[in-house]
Design a protein around this ligand. Structure first.
Ligand code: BES
Ligand code: ZN
Ligand code: ZN
Length: 471
């Protein structure tokens, strides 16, 4: 990630090149005059004999410059700076750029785009420095505040990417436990781990079943952040399948790629608790991370098994690849003993997310109007699109089992985005609940947007943070 610092104009000598945002109406100098004829997002490198290289970033009319446009444009501009060998880059932060949220968006774009998962590579790229250059001390104070905030939340997203990109031979359920114990050392954070025989005692049989094919056993990690002045108490549940082979309902090889990231939900829960604790957020968060590796072995669960879940309901396993909803079923009913005001679950649940909505639209369901509206509002603020799908109770008919209370997939392949939610809702009951399916957007091929390099993108997380008041 780029290293970011705030500098006065007088320090601009330290920079070896500059970036300068230009909105329509602010073309001012002679070399920016004809930018108005160009398409917005146009970059022009000019050389001033006194100042040096300046990359003019043409942003067009202020009213048309959406957050996403600024993020992507500055991500591209930063790439341009690197390609001319600039190591200490000055961002000239004009008053209007600062006031319009341009600084925040450009930093977000540059932080998200400058990430690379290189911890297992011998040769690592050296991250450039970005110096934010302001004129007045008032601007400097404002820029510092905004920069600190953006770095704080965006670093949480990068940490999530790190967990998700980590391969499953390293990131096992045990390794997640180690990483969670580090978070548990923070102020106001406690951890409880249910594993081994304890899972049986707590009747978390669905979690046990999903992990039964792997020698690195399943577990339920509970991380609680409990500050003194909390008004709201939210249970956050995150699917934590450290690798999803599909089990005996084995995935074809090309669908198995990316399945090291099937613990995205758990990584989000862990990092949000960490971020909440670090920023002393005033919300009580009860994080639940059901962790398992979905594998094949003589002890693995199999199609046609019947599991008595934590809720007492029995589930017929028709497909061992629909394992996420089994983990969530137990966790949803388990978390209710802590009487949360709201339950939010995040999971890479259905491949059909991607099929139906592509990379940049995140589906969700909710049984509660207020929660759904607040999420929609957060999504408007962040610019990440979320789409509410109907919780069509009538679709329960597709989950009828002839031998158990419910089965884990619907017959036929239709509507699986909805039927997976209907399955979950059977374990939620009346508690206010929001379910976010992240299977669509997270895994990127690397060419869709400059702010999403190859691998885990973290799309949607900012909206969840905004929903929880963590930004
Ligand atoms: N982990 C997958 C979902 C997934 C697919 C996440 C692609 C990210 C990218 C999940 O456990 C799964 O396998 N779902 C099945 C459900 C089906 C068997 C009803 C699916 O979507 O195919
Ligand atoms: Zn699966
Ligand atoms: Zn899965």
């Amino acid at each position: 990630m780029i290293k970011i610092e705030i500098r006065d104009l007088s320090h601009s000598k330290e920079c070896d090149a500059f970036m300068m945002p230009v909105f329509k109406g602010e073309e001012g100098s002679a070399r920016a005059k004809d930018l108005a004829d160009k398409k917005k997002g146009y970059l022009r490198l000019v050389n001033d004999p006194e100042i040096g290289n300046i990359l003019l970033v043409w942003l067009g009319r202020k009213v048309d410059a959406t957050g996403l446009f600024i993020k992507e444009t500055f991500a591209t501009a930063l790439g341009h700076m690197s390609s001319i060998g600039a190591k200490r880059i000055g961002l000239i932060c004009t008053e209007s750029f600062l006031k319009n949220g341009g600084l925040d968006d450009s930093l977000e774009g540059m932080i998200l785009s400058s990430y690379s998962f290189d911890k297992h590579k011998s040769a690592k790229d050296k991250a450039p420095y970005l110096y934010i250059i302001t004129k007045t001390s008032k601007q400097k104070a404002e820029a510092s505040k905004r920069t600190e905030r953006t770095i704080a939340w965006a670093s949480a997203v990068l940490k999530i990417r790190d967990h998700v990109n980590e391969p499953s031979n390293i990131l096992t359920p045990n390794e997640m436990k180690k990483r969670a114990s580090k978070v548990a050392q923070l102020k106001n954070v406690k951890m409880k781990v249910i594993e081994g025989r304890e899972l049986e005692k707590e009747r978390l049989n669905a979690i046990r079943a999903v992990g039964s094919g792997s020698k690195t056993g399943a577990k339920l990690i509970c991380l609680e952040y409990s500050p003194a002045a909390a008004k709201r108490k939210v249970a956050l549940i995150g699917k934590g399948v450290t690798f999803d082979t599909g089990g005996y309902s084995l995935k074809p090889p090309r669908h198995m790629l990316g399945m090291k990231g099937d613990m995205l939900g758990s990584a989000i829960v862990m990092s949000l608790i960490e971020h909440a604790a670090n920023s002393s957020a005033k919300i009580k968060l009860m994080g639940f991370m059901p962790l398992a590796e979905n594998m094949i072995s003589s002890s693995a669960y199999k199609p046609e098994d019947i599991i008595r879940t934590h809720s007492g309901k029995t589930v017929e396993v028709e497909n061992t690849d629909a394992e996420g909803r089994l983990l969530l079923a137990d966790t949803l009913s388990y978390c209710k003993r802590y009487k949360p005001d709201e339950i939010v679950d995040v999971a890479t649940l259905s491949g059909s997310c991607h099929l139906a909505l592509g990379e940049f639209i995140c589906p969700f369901v909710s049984n509660n109007e207020s929660m759904a509206h607040r999420l929609e509002r957060s999504s408007e603020l962040t610019g990440e699109k979320f789409l509410r799908l109907p919780l069509m109770k009538d679709y329960l008919r597709f989950l009828k089992s002839s031998v158990a209370d419910i089965k884990n997939i619907s017959f036929g392949s239709g509507g699986s985005l909805i039927t997976s939610s209907i399955f979950l809702s059977e374990f939620v009951g009346d508690s206010p609940w929001l379910h976010i399916d992240l299977a669509g957007g997270d895994f990127q091929s690397g060419s869709v947007s400059p702010i999403f390099p190859k691998g885990s993108s973290g799309f949607g997380i900012k909206t969840l943070m905004s929903y929880l008041g963590l930004i």
